[in-house]
Each structure stands twice: as structure tokens, then as C-alpha cells.
Design a protein around this ligand. Structure first.
Ligand code: ATP
Ligand code: MG
Length: 419
């Protein structure tokens, strides 16, 4: 992609409507645009990033046999009455159809859709277990939208639902999902700051778990066991003030962002819809369920909160919208020819590259590169031409290196593969 043809217009000054670092940097870098409070457009850079995050999540969920579907956002009132949530949920966007006068909900979650769906496909023990997930926009009338992408009114979520014939099978899958979550948070670069956190399990199960990323912008307080690298949330600390894994009484209070959670629903939603299966002896038994959510926008926002500096974003390589930010300094013929040659070489090798081909000053180009936060910056200038080299600087490091033309692809591959 050439910068001059892109939809990037960076901003220097702080964004007035931004109440958080992620909103400020993502808006200034042309990743997102705010339409209303808690409602954002993903611009080309932002969408590329979200797609990278989606693909990490898909890979891991597919590995634990998740099958992807796409359920409707529009959901009938009757399904919400069945579960009792039409009355009790205060975040529901409800409205009435002008023509049919029927009442509808804009889906904030999908138990009310996935359970009646499962009823059409799961009849016997032979149909179990099943794992269905989607990546889709959710709608919640949050009292206060805040923290940029951290708490929106329309936001992207991955929601996975599992269906089981026994508690043992649910327990077993729950552990697999928990491991998949660990892999996801490692791959997107926040593994070392993200803690599995014991939370209340509701009426059916002792615990559920949240995945909480340490950050001062977090809304939640969690209590971390530094030995086990697990935490408990506020509800749990009131009942039990020690580490649930090792009994350590010294837990450290930290602020954190809930990027995901996993929950054993048991028969909470299967019961109201009469979702049962026939066992080997021909008896009807309740189906047990688990649900597993990750907010993609919130995750992207959390990554920004964790990974930035005073100059801008610092994307982990796996989810950066481009791997390489190529800059020609000056626009004399040799510099332009060499930069174009490198640009085409990178494209041919399928290394995602954005070339800042604008006739802006070096200062502007460097400032923009820091703000946008692409992991590898390559510079071609009169100086580098003299030594038949390219200047390479990683966004996350201070030093730059001079790389000979012939070695550039190898060096890039090293950086991309190591991460
Ligand atoms: P919270 O306590 O933060 O409101 P929640 O318990 O309502 O979260 P779930 O309903 O379990 O969250 O949703 C699953 C995931 O979706 C959360 O872990 C979070 O990552 C994301 N999420 C929830 N609400 C929002 C929101 N308003 N904006 C962005 N992401 C959200
Ligand atoms: Mg909520």
C-alpha cells in the first residue's frame, strides 16, 4: 500500500473526544473514527488489525474443534422472554417493528439464538459434543461507554458455545478453551500481562474465569498471586482472600482490563428451551453448556494500552496491519528508484508493506511512522545508498541497523519469525 493512496490522515494534537490512550492514539493514527459515544468505524488500518486478531482467534478456536457460524443480530422478544432476560437485562436495545409491530432485540449475546438452533441439530448422544462460535457485532446499551474501544455500545465479540452430555466432558473442554485463550493472548503479545482470574460461577458452578490484562486504564481490580500468575476478582476476594491454587495469602491488588471470559452455564439456558439429548439407554437428559467470550475491539484497545510510548503505537508483529513501514528520505531519482525496487520486492515476497511515498519532510514521515507503530521501519536515503544498504529500525527498539541489500529479506524474516 502506498501512503499517498491510503485513508491515513494523522493528527498531531490530542484528540478532544478521546477519554483514553487507546482512543487517542487509534484516532490520531487513523485506525478508528468515532461516530457516537461508544460507536466506532474501523478504518483500513484498524480493520486490518482487527482481521489479524480475528485470525489468531479463529486458528485457536478451530484447533479445539470450534465450528464457525454467523447468527442474526435481530432477535425476537419471545426467545428473551423464555430465558427471563427480556425483563431483567438493562442493557438491551429493544425496538418494535413499524410494520409487523413485533418486538425485537439487537443481540448483546447469543444464548437466545444458539440454544434453539442447537435444538434443531442435536438429538442424541451421537450428536454430542458440539462447539459453535461466531465473530460478530454485539449491541449493549452500556450506562457509560468509556475507554475508547474498551467499552463500546456496539462492539465485536467472539462468542463460543459448547454442548455436552456430561459434566466431565464440559470440564474437560473448559480446560481446553482456557488453554486456547492462553495461546491467543500470547500470540497477540499480551500473554505476560494477562492473568487467568477466578470469578464467581453463578448458581451452578463454583468459579468462572476471566482473562484480565494488567493496565492502569482497567476498570477492574484483581488480586494477583505472583507465584502462580493467577488472580481472583473482587467478588472472590471477599469470600476467600488466598490464592485458589497455592493458598498464598499475599495477593497484590492491580488494575486490569477483562479481555475475555469463560463460563460453565450448565443447564441455565438449555433448560428453558428444553434442549435435551437421548442417551444410550433411550432416556432424555439435559444438555450442559459452556460459553466463552473475547471482545476483539476491547482486546485491540487493551493491546494499545499495554504497548505504546509517548510517540505512538507499538504493535506486536503478529497483529500489526503491516509488517514493514518503508520510507524514502528525499526524492532524488536514485533514492526513489531504489525504494520502489525494494517495495516491489517486498510485495512479491508477500511481506505486508506500507510505503510512505508522500513528498513530506523526513521529520513528518518519521513522526507518522512512530505514531502508526508498524514493527519494522526501513529507510532509504542518500546516506544508505552510499553504503548499498538499508536502515532498519524496529519500532520496539531504540537502535537501528544497516542491512546490505541482499540480506534484507533474511533479516525481516528473522524478526517476523522470532516473535
Ligand atoms: P464487563 O464486565 O466488562 O461489562 P461482561 O461480563 O459484560 O464484561 P461478557 O458479556 O461476558 O462481558 O462478554 C464477553 C467479552 O466481551 C468480555 O470479556 C469483553 O472482552 C467483551 N465486552 C463486553 N462488554 C463490552 C463492551 N461494552 N465493549 C467492548 N467489549 C466488551
Ligand atoms: Mg457488561
Amino acid at each position: 500500500m502506498k501512503f499517498s493512496e491510503s485513508l491515513i490522515k494523522t493528527r498531531r494534537e490530542k484528540v478532544k473526544e478521546a477519554d483514553s490512550i487507546n482512543a487517542d492514539l487509534l484516532i490520531r493514527g487513523s485506525y478508528i473514527d468515532q461516530l457516537a459515544s461508544g460507536v466506532y468505524t474501523y478504518l483500513p488500518l484498524g480493520l486490518k488489525t482487527i482481521e489479524k486478531i480475528s485470525s489468531v482467534i479463529r486458528d485457536e478456536i478451530n484447533k479445539i474443534q470450534g465450528q464457525e457460524i454467523l447468527m442474526p443480530v435481530l432477535q425476537p422478544k419471545e426467545n428473551w422472554q423464555k430465558t427471563g432476560r427480556w425483563e431483567t437485562e438493562d442493557n438491551l436495545y429493544k425496538f418494535t417493528s413499524y410494520y409487523s409491530k413485533t418486538d425485537l432485540v439487537l443481540g448483546p449475546t447469543h444464548e437466545e439464538v444458539v440454544v434453539p438452533l442447537a435444538k434443531k441439530f442435536i438429538f442424541s448422544y451421537k450428536d454430542l459434543p458440539k462447539y459453535l462460535y461466531q465473530i460478530q457485532n454485539k449491541f449493549r446499551d452500556e450506562k457509560r461507554a468509556k475507554g475508547g474501544l474498551l467499552r463500546g455500545r456496539e462492539f465485536i465479540m467472539k462468542d463460543l458455545y459448547s454442548f455436552h452430555s456430561s459434566k466431565e466432558d464440559l470440564d474437560d473442554y473448559y480446560e481446553k478453551a482456557s488453554n486456547a485463550y492462553k495461546n491467543i493472548f500470547n500470540k497477540v503479545g499480551i500473554g505476560s500481562k494477562t492473568y487467568k482470574t477466578f470469578a464467581s460461577g453463578g448458581s451452578f458452578s463454583k468459579y468462572s474465569h476471566e482473562f484480565q490484562t494488567e493496565s492502569d486504564s482497567g476498570e477492574d481490580l484483581i488480586y494477583l498471586c505472583k507465584k502462580c500468575k493467577v488472580a481472583v476478582n473482587k467478588e472472590i476476594i471477599n469470600e476467600q482472600s488466598t490464592c485458589p491454587e497455592c493458598g498464598n495469602p499475599k495477593l497484590t491488588e492491580i488494575k486490569a482490563i477483562e479481555v475475555g471470559n469463560i463460563f460453565k452455564l450448565m443447564s441455565k439456558f438449555s433448560a428453558p428451551f428444553g434442549l435435551t439429548y437421548r442417551d444410550r439407554l433411550g432416556e432424555d437428559k439435559p444438555i450442559l453448556m459452556g460459553c466463552y467470550g473475547i471482545g476483539l475491539g476491547r482486546l485491540m484497545g487493551a493491546i494499545v494500552e499495554v504497548s505504546h510510548d509517548k510517540d505512538g503505537l507499538i504493535w506486536p508483529i503478529e497483529i500489526a496491519p503491516f509488517k514493514v513501514h518503508l520510507i524514502n528520505m528525499g526524492d532524488n531519482r536514485e533514492v526513489l528508484t531504489e525504494t520502489k525496487r525494494l517495495y516491489e520486492k517486498l510485495m512479491k515476497k508477500k511481506i505486508e508493506v506500507i510505503w510512505d511515498d508522500r513528498s513530506e519532510s523526513n521529520g513528518v514521515k518519521l513522526t507518522d511512522a512512530d505514531l502508526i507503530g508498524i514493527p519494522i521501519r526501513l529507510i532509504i536515503s542518500n546516506k544508505t545508498l552510499e553504503s548499498k544498504a538499508i536502515e532498519l529500525k524496529e519500532r520496539a527498539r531504540d537502535n537501528s541497523e544497516m542491512i546490505q541489500y541482499d540480506n534484507i529479506l533474511t533479516r525481516i524474516k528473522e524478526i517476523v519469525d522470532v516473535k
